[in-house]
Design a protein around this ligand. Structure first.
Ligand SMILES: *[C@@H]1O[C@H](CO)[C@@H](O)[C@H](O)[C@H]1NC(C)=O
Ligand SMILES: *[C@@H]1O[C@H](CO)[C@@H](O)[C@H](O)[C@H]1NC(C)=O
Ligand SMILES: *[C@@H]1O[C@H](CO)[C@@H](O)[C@H](O)[C@H]1NC(C)=O
Length: 301
């Protein structure tokens, strides 16, 4: 059985030349100066550090302390991007919440959490652009229990990244394939009505005071039962599933995210037309027309 280490499996080295293995360590000549970090290694370190923050218990840092827990140098203040099939995200706060607040926290009865990440595919042809595929392993994390460490399943994310001159992520275009299948393996089977009831109970518990969205659990059940249930392969719509996802963010930031789980969807759980959300908005989101984002300049061709 796999034994879970409470320590991050991959050491975070972002920006630290000291973390790099020397390519010429076998050579006998004395190396008086540390080798400068290659841009490929720098970009890989940044991407690794980003995903590593989803691994439990590091993932708790964001859930507890929010965006102030995100180390400097990973995301630029003006970062924006899209995570298909979830939505678009403009600015640091919006982006980091979707990268870091969605990690499952091991809790009864299943104790499922992200136990490790592995960058399985990576390429960076120039300092400003990289592409990566990550496998995020979900396991039982329940020290002392017989099934502690048992693998549940894997979440995959494919992404293109653009970096500024300081190596901070300034744009991302990411895709989580087969999210519906992942969800089905990672969650106990439940009827749509049971999901709606669970969502509504949590909404009423977390969105209170000025953040209140519904007059009662029953009011919430009535409103959501009249909407499409939706599915995890297209979360970006006015559906129950969209609210189920955004509810995970309400625990971190109720002021911003409670409206997303409310009756109108607060500009996030709305019926964004396919062409608008995934194509026509490219220039507004990435700053340049399609074909000019996530590409290396002439120098690197
Ligand atoms: C949250 O921040 C406080 C203050 O910096 C720190 O003591 C605490 O350990 C942090 N919590 C987590 C879960 O990282
Ligand atoms: C973000 O963009 C604004 C407006 O273009 C600019 O003034 C600011 O310096 C940028 N911030 C960073 C950290 O790049
Ligand atoms: C992001 O999506 C929202 C709808 O969810 C849309 O109104 C907005 O125009 C999009 N923004 C960008 C910059 O693409």
């Amino acid at each position: 059985m796999m034994i879970l280490s409470p320590l991050p499996i991959i050491v975070l080295c972002s920006g630290l030349a000291a973390c790099l293995p020397s390519e010429h360590s076998h050579e006998s000549r004395a190396v008086s100066k540390r080798r400068p970090v290659s841009f490929q290694q720098r970009n890989l370190n940044t991407i690794t550090a980003i995903y590593q923050r989803n691994v439990y218990p590091t993932s708790l840092e964001f859930i507890v302390n929010g965006s102030s827990s995100v180390p400097k140098g990973l995301f630029n203040a003006n970062v924006s991007g899209r995570i298909t099939p979830i939505g678009n995200f403009t600015g640091f706060q919006d982006s980091v919440e979707y990268f870091f607040a969605l990690a499952p926290i091991p809790q009864p009865p299943l104790y499922y959490g992200f136990s490790k990440i592995q960058i399985v595919e990576f390429s960076s042809q120039c300092p400003g652009v990289a592409a990566s595929v990550v496998y995020i392993t979900e396991s039982v994390i329940n020290p002392g229990a017989a099934n502690d460490g048992q693998k549940v399943t894997t979440l995959k994310q494919i992404a293109f990244w653009e970096f500024n001159d300081n190596g901070e992520v300034i744009k991302y275009d990411a895709w989580i394939p087969n999210l519906q299948l992942f969800y089905q393996v990672a969650n106990p089977p439940a009827t749509n009505q049971a999901v709606i009831k669970a969502v509504c109970s949590t909404v009423q518990a977390e969105c209170t005071g000025k953040n209140t969205q519904y007059t009662s659990v029953q009011n919430c059940v009535d409103v959501l039962s009249a909407k499409p249930f939706g599915n995890w392969d297209e979360v970006w719509m006015d559906s129950v599933v969209c609210r189920e996802l955004h509810l995970l963010l309400a625990r971190v930031d109720p002021v911003v995210h409670c409206p997303h789980v409310g009756p109108t969807g607060g500009g996030k759980c709305i019926n964004e037309p396919y062409e608008d959300g995934y194509f026509l908005s490219d220039e507004a989101l990435f700053g340049k027309p399609p074909g000019q984002n996530f590409v290396c300049g002439k120098k690197y061709q």
